[in-house]
Design a protein around this ligand. Structure first.
Ligand code: GN1
Ligand code: MG
Length: 374
């Protein structure tokens, strides 16, 4: 089982030594666990006596990202493109792109004695992120950030970037993997497990909706972020404006719909992904309006009629898909997402299914919001 590790003193010493590999000036004064990622191990490094005050140190989970060097390659192509775009057409507000920091030997990663893959990324100084949001102006900023992200890469052709995670967001593949796990396991029967089994069984045909639209040529292959949940948007602590979208490991060819769906399913669930009480989970249409308003203020130019037609399905599908992924991982023995206890992925799955139910029960309203904003 993949229980989150506790880093003891010896491990902290090791972390300082690892951080030192990426430290070209100054001295490492602290290395702290950072963020709430479910896959990689992330730390914030604090430096003294250097122009650079902080950087983000990460150990990539190579069980998930089998070719981590492709992530670094994509990041370099992405940042170079966006830097050029911003130099050519500057924005009238603060916007930053995380930079890859090199080792003392000029490499974009470092392998430790155990073979772990470490890399360092610049920290967006004076910024913070949030796991949930409550008001519409915050929501609008989240939407703006995703729209700006898409806008800045809308002229970079998808084939320029490698596929860092094959099958990512292909819902029918998750369904197939789930069916394979289910065939090999006998889940301990409980009302929660039965609810999940039935929930998935009732939505098998729906699982194909975006992949069918892609295959029929209705939705074009574009570059996407892959994981634009709201805590991957950084806010300037002084102005409370969005200033960056981080976590670029899954920037790769895909559908912008996966991103729109992921941003809305994470943003419009005020109870959050880790909600303790499932009765608190609902999809907030007011926050949905805020996010779409911000998104469309920068993304309208490259969206087609079909893009709008599939937006509702994307919101519903990505919430369902994440629930399916959590539940399949629970059945498989928690091998993909980090967990704090054995039922954690089951609980997370139910949160996403409750959210999906809430989205489904408000289909007419959500479709109208999208229609009115076109
Ligand atoms: C994972 O590790 P993190 O938190 O950045 C996952 C996303 C999920 C998310 C749910 C590569 O992202 O797809 O939406 O958990 N990333 C990967 O919190 O599978
Ligand atoms: Mg991520």
């Amino acid at each position: 089982m993949n229980i989150i590790e506790n880093f003891n003193t010896q491990a902290t010493d090791n972390l300082v030594a690892i951080a030192d590999q990426f430290t070209l000036q100054g001295e490492v004064t602290a290395v702290q666990a950072f963020g709430s990622g479910n896959i990689n191990d992330t730390f914030l490094v604090t430096l003294d006596g250097s122009q650079l005050q902080h950087f983000v140190l990460q150990r990539i989970n190579t069980q998930v990202f089998r070719q981590p060097q492709l992530i670094m390659q994509n990041m370099c192509i992405f940042t170079e493109h966006v830097h050029k775009r911003l130099q050519h057409t500057p924005l009238s507000r603060r916007w930053e792109v995380p930079r890859v920091l090199l080792t003392q030997d000029n490499q974009d990663h470092w392998r430790d004695a155990e073979g772990s893959f470490w890399r360092a990324i610049s920290f967006i100084e004076g910024s913070q992120s949030f796991d949930t949001m409550s008001d519409r102006s915050h929501a609008k900023e989240i939407g703006y950030a995703l729209g700006m992200f898409h806008n800045l890469i809308s002229d970079l052709s998808p084939e320029k970037l490698a596929d860092t995670l094959v099958g990512f967001h292909i819902t029918p593949l998750y369904l197939q993997q789930y069916q394979e796990v289910l065939a090999k396991t006998t889940p301990h029967p409980s009302p929660e497990v039965n609810y999940c089994l039935q929930f998935i069984s009732d939505r098998q045909i729906f699982a194909h909706i975006l992949e069918n639209a892609k295959a029929e040529g209705k939705l074009p292959l574009r570059l996407m972020h892959g994981d634009p949940k709201i805590n991957n948007v950084m806010f300037d602590t002084a102005t409370q404006k969005a200033v960056s979208v981080i976590d670029l490991d899954t920037v790769k060819p895909g559908l912008v719909h996966y991103d729109i769906g992921d941003c809305l399913r994470s943003g419009c669930n005020p109870a959050g992904e880790e909600a303790a009480d499932w009765n608190d989970v609902y999809f907030d249409t007011d926050l949905c309006k805020g996010i779409l308003d911000g998104y469309l203020s920068v993304a309208k130019a490259f969206l087609t009629e079909n893009d709008y037609a599939y937006m509702y399905d994307a919101i519903r599908l990505i919430a369902f898909e994440l629930g399916l992924r959590f539940f399949a991982d629970y059945l498989a023995g928690n091998v993909y997402f980090k967990v704090k206890h054995p039922e954690h992925n089951l609980e997370r799955a139910i949160v996403q299914f409750k959210l999906t139910e809430s989205i489904e029960s408000q289909e007419t309203q959500i479709r109208k919001i999208i229609q009115d904003m076109k």
